[in-house]
Write a protein that binds this ligand. Structure first.
Ligand code: SAM
Ligand code: SF4
Length: 446
């Protein structure tokens, strides 16, 4: 057996891609290793969303180069690969600065890893493959070999929205939706292999418009109705969505499909219309409010999450105040917030009125304080309630299981291992910022 080490930065799509890379090279005899030091193949799967990604990568590569040399001194070879969005965006630069790298490839070509490795083994030189190939990557990927109770399934990739701050349309390419038949088949296999929850993934997952079982394009809402028919599949989730694509059928699925969990990550970025326009988000703050209203009418207990950017070029105190107002009105169960980071090649990077770091820090601090209070409050409101918890694994403490509530909260419960994979009623007793704890309601534990 050869040892494979994959380090992943970034979003769930990257986590999914890393798992699939491991599946692709498994037939060549590579098995996952905990440690990079002695690995035969090391892959860095990178993220380009925010600054410093490239510098972090080069410092990791520098360290890995030492291990590569030590291995070479023993007459053994360590193949080094850089994958993901930094590779896609800066492939040539990586090859120039680190000529000892064997393979540089983007998110759309990792299904070609066996050919790349064969080429290197033939002595045909290093590989740079940052194409957007015509063949769909998903058709060429092997079946997933293993799965946990909660699994990811990529249904959509790429983005055509071109928000002015974002690199995704440049690194992940144009929007593409997989056919429904392939998605259903993969979901059924995941369930046969033990998955009880599936999270559908896509950079713009609710823009999904894959070929349906009737040959016509299906939207995401329709796909959920079909996936809910799979026996044994207890929970469905999806991420990341765009407000523009939150159509009525998807909202209705939140009302009608019990497996679709009452939690939605729906990034708004800002509460100011002027900024939303400058960001090219193609919706207003009131459009977003109306969507939330409809969602709450369809599923009153739905918990909400979002992404926010502070300090986008031109953001005034007035714009920032509109973001704070929106946050207070909506009330979030959790959220991610970031300082705007200039990404080379995006329109935002060359806009005038860039905001100085001190202002960005102050705004981020204020926003995060409010979001933190909302999250703590949301969690605290669960104390004394009975929540259905899907147990995913044994967790870090002895005799405790780790699971998630319908609202995505991490829950720790003293429970026997045989309950991993089961959905159980749990009485919530304590709530912190990041997790809940409680005890099994015994009638269900029998
Ligand atoms: N597709 C999703 C959407 O439309 O909101 C988000 C994709 S992006 C991978 C995840 C988050 O990173 C974004 O929602 C945004 O808040 C943040 N982000 C992206 N580019 C950024 C930048 N240049 N500076 C700061 N945050 C950024
Ligand atoms: Fe990036 Fe999302 Fe905007 Fe697409 S919709 S450009 S992925 S932030």
């Amino acid at each position: 057996m050869k040892k494979l080490y994959v380090k992943t930065w970034g979003c769930q799509m990257n986590v999914y891609d890393s798992e699939r890379m491991a599946d692709v090279v498994a037939p060549l005899g590579y098995a996952a290793a905990e440690d990079a030091v002695d690995a035969d193949l090391v892959i860095f799967n990178t993220c380009h969303i925010r600054e410093k990604a490239t510098e972090k990568l080069f410092s990791e590569l520098g360290r890995m180069r030492l291990h590569q040399k030590a291995k070479a001194a023993r007459g053994e070879r360590m193949l080094l690969a850089v994958a993901g969005c930094v590779a896609q965006a800066e492939g040539e630069e990586i090859r120039r600065r680190a000529p000892y790298i064997d393979m540089v490839f983007g998110p759309q070509t990792y299904h070609r890893l066996p050919e790349m490795i064969a080429k290197i083994n033939r002595g045909a030189g290093a590989v740079l493959d940052v194409e957007f190939p015509p063949e769909p990557k998903f058709d060429a990927l092997p079946e997933a070999r293993k799965t946990g109770v909660s699994a990811f399934l990529s249904v959509q990739e790429g983005c055509d929205k071109f928000c002015t701050f974002c690199v995704v349309p440049y690194t992940r390419g144009a929007e593409y939706s997989r056919p429904v038949a392939a998605i259903v088949a993969e979901a059924e296999r995941l369930v046969q292999n033990g998955a009880r929850e599936i999270t559908l993934l896509g950079q713009n997952v609710n823009a999904f418009h894959g070929e349906g079982l009737d040959g016509k394009a299906w939207n995401l809402g329709r796909l959920f109705y079909r996936l809910a028919e799979i026996p044994g599949l207890k929970r469905l989730r999806y991420t990341t969505s765009h407000p523009r694509d939150m159509d009525d059928e998807l909202i209705a699925a939140h009302r009608d499909v019990p497996q679709l969990m009452p939690f939605l990550h729906l990034p708004v970025q800002s509460g100011s219309d002027a900024l939303l326009q400058a960001m090219n988000r193609k919706h207003s703050a009131d459009d977003y409010r109306r969507i939330i209203e409809k969602l709450r009418a369809a599923r009153p207990d739905i918990a909400l999450s979002s992404d926010f950017i502070v300090g986008f070029p031109g953001e005034t105190d007035h714009d920032f105040a509109a973001t704070i107002k929106l946050v207070r009105e909506v009330g979030y169960a959790q959220a991610f917030s970031f300082k705007y980071s200039r990404r080379p090649g995006t329109p935002g990077a060359i806009m005038p009125n860039q905001i100085e770091d001190g202002i960005k820090n102050a705004r981020l601090g204020e926003l995060q304080k409010l979001l933190r209070e909302q999250q703590e409050d949301f969690n605290r409101r669960m104390i004394g309630c009975t929540l259905s918890v899907l147990f995913e694994n044994e967790g870090s403490e002895p005799c405790m299981l780790f699971g998630r509530s319908p609202y995505m909260q991490a829950v720790r419960v003293p429970a026997p291992t045989r309950l991993v994979g089961e959905e159980m009623a749990v009485q919530i007793e304590k709530a912190g910022f990041n997790n809940l704890s409680g005890s099994l309601i015994m009638a269900n534990a029998a």
